[in-house]
Design a protein around this ligand. Sequence first.
Ligand code: NAI
Length: 287
Amino acid sequence: MAGVQDRVVVVTGAGGGLGREYALLLARHGARVVVNDLGGARDGTGSGNAMADAVVAEIRAAGGQAVASYDSVATEEGATGVIGTALREYGAVHGVVNNAGILRDASFAKMTVDQWEAVQRVHLFGGYHVTRAAWPHFREQGHGRVVMATSTSGLYGNFGQANYGAAKLGLVGLVNTLAVEGRKYNILANAVAPLARTRMSEDAAPAELLERLPAEFVAPVVAHLLTDECADTGTVLIAGGDRVQRVAYFASKGVTFTGTPSLRDVADRWSDITDMDGAAVGTNPLA
Ligand code: NAI
């Protein structure tokens, strides 16, 4: 199958920002798109149909195929509804883009349990629930594509985003295992950390920097991960501005000790342990 033609792709949080761009591009390339959006505010409060409806109308006006879903990804029930929309309307689901997201920023010292939990529920639990609802269908048809929206806040850390960073890197951990478990069923899972001017990022960087980060730039990268042409799995990318990069964990050569090292031994060899000269992409030594 060429590109994403006729593929049924669910894009969560597609009522605005990056998700809207993903949905528009996928539909332009012949995908049948489930435009999911709860339709709330940036902090996840509120809900409504208008955002998802507007994107569906835009796609249909351009001759594409799309259907709206207003469920929240944050619950098992909601996620079942999202995938159910794909199955009911189009009889299949071939790909999910777990893009829905909210922010509840606060410094770690001031962050409440509610702020922590609300962000985990949408990002980490959302990615989990929606993928889990699609997984049996992917296995059965011997084809599935998962794209997780991760973030440089998770990959590198960012002030005020302990909740968000933890959730976003949690999704990379989920991708790593989905890649291992999905491969034999032709289910591939990857993650993209976008950099884009949206309502979510509007106060995250200076206006002149955001000007150079159009959301549409990220869409072809996400779409490529949904095609048969892309055989990657477990890959993490950063996409935004004028650049697309792969990000990976590297392991240093390290130090081999004969027997259990003493506290002194570790301190004495610390610079060798942490020296990244000659480091290589890390793999799970227990797998
Ligand atoms: P956005 O706020 O424009 O889009 C997020 C969408 O998710 C909104 O339309 C919102 O209504 C929807 N949503 C929120 N909670 C939901 C729920 N429970 N169920 C269904 N939909 C829900 O923000 P943006 O920037 O487009 O973000 C898209 C994704 O990209 C997010 O996961 C975000 O964390 C991630 N990201 C964005 C970056 C950027 O530079 N804009 C940087 C790194 C990551």
